[in-house]
Write a protein that binds this ligand. Sequence first.
Ligand code: FE2
Length: 394
Amino acid sequence: MSQALPNTLLTDNGSTPMLADARIDGDTIVVSWTDGMVSAFHQIWLRDHCPSGLHPSTRERLWDWSAYDLEINATGVAVTDDILTVSWPDGHVSTFDADYLRRRRYDDAARTERRPQLDLWSAEDIVRRTPNVDHAAVMADDNALLDLLIKVRDTGFAIVRNMPNCDRPDTDWPCETVARRIAFTRETNFGRRFDVISKPDPNNQAYTHDALLAHTDLANREMPPGVQFLHCLEFAAEGGESLLVDGFHAAEELRADDPGAWTVLTTMPVAFRFHDSDWDVRWSGPVIALDVDGGYHEIRYNPGIAAPIDVPFALVKPLYRALTAYAARLKDPRNVLAFKLRPGDMMVFNNRRVLHGRGAFDPSTGPRHLQGCYVDLDEWHSRIRVLQGEHRLD
Ligand SMILES: [Fe+2]
């Protein structure tokens, strides 16, 4: 599957719209397009984005914002051969390509269009359309890799099928070789990779055979790892089914049913802490974090490593009430996608959106062995942009 550039570049018939006209209107320059669209740009924006203000090699901005004239007034504008030309009082002339302006327009409609379109899901919805990709294709074909990257970006997870065995555990594990198709991996206090296997004297619940409630990993860090890879090598034990829950979908349910609880969880920091003989790593953040536009940014939820609750006295009960309400939605069977990994399957999921867990298993009935690693979201989104060619655009 290949991805085209953002569709804001194209008209309904697939052609690039042309610049039709431009005029000065107060502190803006209003551009009209051959498809009827009209876009306004502030004069200060155009002066700031003049291509001549970029270093020819690094494409970094050369100008200093402190020196700008906010009331700058263009002396003339013209449209010729799909180029907008703006003349400035100091004699400088800026030129802008039509496709640059079309991509960078920032009216409300354009900004809404550019926002990520997330595919929120309940278990009963996603079970019929579980995102799958094939290991060999991902390793050999950039389009298959892009397909995996976009599935995880939009749906929050995908399953890579037909993974090879880990025949050389002293070198990169299979989960790491897939991760390195995307970027470098994220190292944590659990190492650059980890075995999920029942072992004596564990320092993490994952290393027991106990059930694990749905959680996000490393909620105790300022920046929890972005995407987690969990590759199933062996699975003959009874029990131990995997669980995935879309934390954004559960948050949307909470907002609809219990807006007071939703407001508490989106605004009140909750502390998480991991500590053992070598580490004591703590951070506080909202369980449901929003971005500046009010969209969902991340879920930070791991009751097992919640630090002692330390919020203003009057807010203790409201916080518990909100946590209880969200926890109930995370356990609602309609939201919990439960399935048994097979050897050769690898779950790949956005750890800052999709919560994961497992049922208890009986190690006396057979082995259960997973291998894991992480890649952060910066690298994930960067790889998508590079594969789509966006990195070549100013
Ligand atoms: Fe985990």
